[in-house]
Design a protein around this ligand. Structure first.
Ligand SMILES: Cc1cc2nc3c(=O)[nH]c(=O)nc-3n(C[C@H](O)[C@H](O)[C@H](O)COP(=O)(O)OP(=O)(O)OC[C@H]3O[C@@H](n4cnc5c(N)ncnc54)[C@H](O)[C@@H]3O)c2cc1C
Length: 247
């Protein structure tokens, strides 16, 4: 059984996974298609990219980051979810998928980050509400739904339709999942050597102190990775809205 299963490998789901996996929770991301961000022609309001960034490259970078954080991935569409034991939600959830992996999947906690589809959530009374052609799921401040152990992140949780907000909300939901689980956690921080220990404090759980040699090694690796990704234009075009005729 997984600690966390995230349905939806778009911006919010991946951001949640980066945090849960880095906190040591066994995290699986199930994704059955494309993030709506793949339709963007030039992502120009995501902090950290002064002249913008190719949205599909950005998505690939976030996926890579989730992988190096420890997330595992499975290609497939979630089709339904049910408690393993109706009388005890702590026993976790069983998720059916249409995909090539093991079926059904079992997990202690579920994060719904599948903006374009919440149909699979209908067996649970999470509190879905129709807005236009889509549904949003009611959540509290940490993305918790009305069903203990089930969370929602990003646009599906009614957050504004912007990438930075989806990413930030995913991170916030990931942190709520960590706090609700048994993982020992303070903040996910990398601090210079001595930052805590120099004051006679233990390095808090979730944090790390690194010395200068390690810092320079990580910096070199980070720059090399970005050089490789940015060396050539990203070879993938925006996806058009399905109702627009392109021929
Ligand atoms: C044309 C266009 C341009 C945009 N431009 C910008 C911009 O310039 N700046 C900006 O900030 N924002 C922009 N956005 C908005 C931005 O793309 C979204 O707000 C953001 O992607 C929402 O993130 P999310 O994680 O909630 O959903 P998504 O990124 O859509 O991720 C949802 C994921 O869930 C998966 N999924 C769905 N159903 C299932 C299922 N049943 N099982 C498994 N997986 C499933 C999907 O395949 C997808 O990967 C744009 C959107 C569009 C359409």
């Amino acid at each position: 059984m997984r600690d966390v299963l995230i349905v939806g490998g778009g911006v919010s789901g991946l951001a949640a996974g980066i945090f849960t996996a880095r906190a040591g929770l066994d995290t699986l991301v199930v994704d059955g298609g494309e993030s709506i961000l793949a339709r963007n022609a030039s992502l120009e309001n995501y902090p950290g990219f002064p002249d913008g960034v190719d949205a599909r490259l950005y998505l690939q970078l976030v996926r890579e980051q989730a992988k190096s954080a420890g997330c595992e991935f499975e290609l497939g569409l979630a089709t339904s979810v049910e408690p393993i034991d109706d009388t005890d939600l702590e026993a976790g959830f069983r998720i059916e998928t249409e995909g090539d992996g093991g079926n059904p999947l079992e997990t202690r906690r579920v994060i719904a980050a599948s903006w374009s589809d919440s149909e699979w959530l209908t067996p649970l009374d999470v509190g879905r509400e129709q807005r236009g052609s889509k549904y949003v799921v009611s959540v509290d401040d940490g993305g918790r739904t009305a069903v203990d152990g089930v969370y929602a992140a990003g646009r599906i949780a009614g957050e504004p339709h912007q990438t930075i907000v989806a990413a930030g909300h995913g991170a916030k939901v990931g942190l709520a999942v960590i706090h609700d689980s048994d993982a020992a956690f303070y903040h996910d921080w990398v601090a210079p050597e001595g930052y805590f220990t120099g004051r006679g404090r233990e390095v808090p759980p979730g944090c790390e102190e690194i010395d200068d040699e390690e810092r320079l090694e990580r910096d070199e690796r980070a720059r090399e990775t970005m050089r490789e990704w940015l060396a050539e234009p990203f070879d993938d075009e925006p996806t058009m809205h399905p109702s627009v005729e392109t021929d």
